[in-house]
Design a protein around this ligand. Structure first.
Ligand code: ADP
Ligand code: ASP
Ligand code: MG
Length: 440
């Protein structure tokens, strides 16, 4: 993504002034009262003299409803066609954000604040051609910057842009986070505040473990792992952009009183700062526990142990756009046959089995076994790089609760463990306390 310089680089044109992007998620704009509350947060920053652009999600539940409508439509005729046209999917599911951007602009106007709504195509926010999961390529921020300079608040519909085919494109579920960070990068904003229904990033999802602790700072790399391993508090792509463009990103709550003391503190707002590793002073070995539900495991038994087998399996799966995650291959006992296990999202299991069924001769295996409804629990922390025994501690803790491990993968800063779905929440809580992350 390319950014564009703002008119006067740095922190606004007068002392103490800055440029801020504020993003509000679905629960924060769930009804008209909450939209008015959001407007009060915006008013606070405007009255402090800052230039403000706001990014909004659809009202909570709206995008799910829209997706449901699309899925309820009859399948297009023709053998291998998808059951809906991705361009029309985007036209439909992007509409939720159009509504909230207009409503927030009206709420702001009713408070005497100059505000105007913007759809992705109006700015424009240009994306690639991957409808349904598009990536932002460029944002032309000049007009918004000009208007912000005149005191107008830009209220931008999140989750959407315009593709090379001149049609609306959406950024994948949770994509408004990415809209906000990308806009902050393009406008060279001094800060990007992601307002949501929790007051920061926690050591694990506080809905699963009430003893989870709020983190003051999280390193980009850790947040990237947490998001991609299932913590949906930020969309993965938004963290990537924040890291690459060095966007100062805070996660904070929209439910606090907008005028409570400290809410407008520019340098140290309440919430969690996502930042460079060097800025995190109190680094623990383990920072957090993430989990992803609805994983499915596929095992190919007595597979020919020869060069090209993996390519023969994963090539056709990739062509079918199936996202393969954990891959475990056994060392062959006799040099001729082995076993291969990997995971895919449960929603893709049937498609994956159909693809593999077609490739049976070519790949050369005896049987396929599969199991849906599994959970992947992950332990994340930069401190793992320099500490031994972190994985052993996880295995011991899970064993202590009688939780069986189906597969394990590791990287420098995370360990992921696949287990039976029924034990998911217990495993999260067990690991959370095993690493001393519980509230003191
Ligand atoms: P929004 O609609 O504002 O984008 P989301 O529902 O997408 O909000 O993300 C916020 C939710 O993320 C929280 O309500 C929380 O349940 C969940 N979550 C998962 N992991 C974490 C975590 N580590 N810290 C904070 N919240 C988390
Ligand atoms: N409304 C979209 C979704 O529910 C985008 C977002 O909320 O970030 O996925
Ligand atoms: Mg979200």
């Amino acid at each position: 993504m390319r950014g564009r310089p703002k008119a006067a680089p740095g922190t606004g044109s007068e002392k103490g002034m800055a440029r801020i992007v504020m993003k509000f998620g679905g629960t924060s704009v769930a009804d008209l009262d909450r939209i008015h509350n959001v407007a009060r947060h915006v008013k606070r920053e405007v009255e402090a003299g800052h230039e403000v652009a706001v990014v909004v999600s659809a009202m909570s539940g709206k995008t799910n409803e829209l997706v449901g409508w699309v899925q309820g439509m009859p399948k297009a005729t023709g053998a291998d066609t998808p059951f809906y046209d991705a361009r029309e999917y985007d036209a439909i599911v992007a509409s939720g954000e159009q509504v909230t951007s207009g409503l927030l602009a009206i709420a702001l106007q009713s408070m005497g604040i100059n505000a105007r709504s913007w759809q992705g195509w109006q700015i424009p926010i240009r994306t690639d051609s991957t409808h349904g999961a598009a990536r932002i390529m460029e944002i032309e921020g000049a007009e918004i910057i000009r208007r912000m300079g005149e005191g107008q608040v830009a209220v931008v519909a999140g989750f959407q842009g315009i593709g090379p085919d001149n049609r609306i494109a959406t950024l994948g579920r949770g994509g408004s986070d990415t809209s906000a960070v990308a806009l902050a990068a393009a406008l060279k904003a001094d800060r990007c505040d992601i307002y949501t229904d929790v007051d920061g990033v926690y050591t694990t999802d506080p809905r699963i473990e009430p003893k989870a602790r709020r983190l003051k700072k999280v390193a980009f790399e850790e947040m990237l792992e947490m998001a991609s391993l299932g913590s949906k508090v930020l969309q993965v792509r938004s963290v990537e952009l924040a890291m690459v463009f060095k966007v100062r990103t805070f996660v904070r709550s929209s439910f606090e009183d907008p005028d409570a003391p400290g809410m407008g503190d520019f340098d140290n707002p309440p919430g969690t700062l996502i930042c460079d590793e060097e800025e995190v002073v109190e680094q623990e070995v383990v920072t957090g526990i993430a989990f992803a539900k609805d994983e499915a495991q596929i095992s190919l038994r007595r597979l020919a142990d020869r060069p090209g087998v993996s390519a023969a399996i994963f090539g056709p799966l990739a062509e079918a756009h199936i996202n393969v995650d954990m891959i475990v291959q056994n060392i062959s006992e006799d040099g001729s046959r082995t076993d291969m296990t990997f995971t895919v999202p449960t929603g893709d299991l049937d498609k994956a089995l159909a693809v593999l069924g077609r490739e049976k001769e070519n790949v050369g295996f005896d049987v396929i076994q599969s199991e849906a409804g599994l959970v992947k629990v992950s332990v994340i922390g930069i401190g793992m790089r320099s500490h031994a025994g972190v994985a052993a501690q996880a295995f011991a803790a899970l064993a202590g609760k009688g939780i069986n491990i189906k597969a394990i993968t590791t990287s420098e800063i995370k360990i992921s463990i696949l287990i039976d779905g029924a034990y998911g929440e217990l495993a999260v809580r067990t690991l959370h306390s095993a690493y001393g992350l519980d509230k003191k």
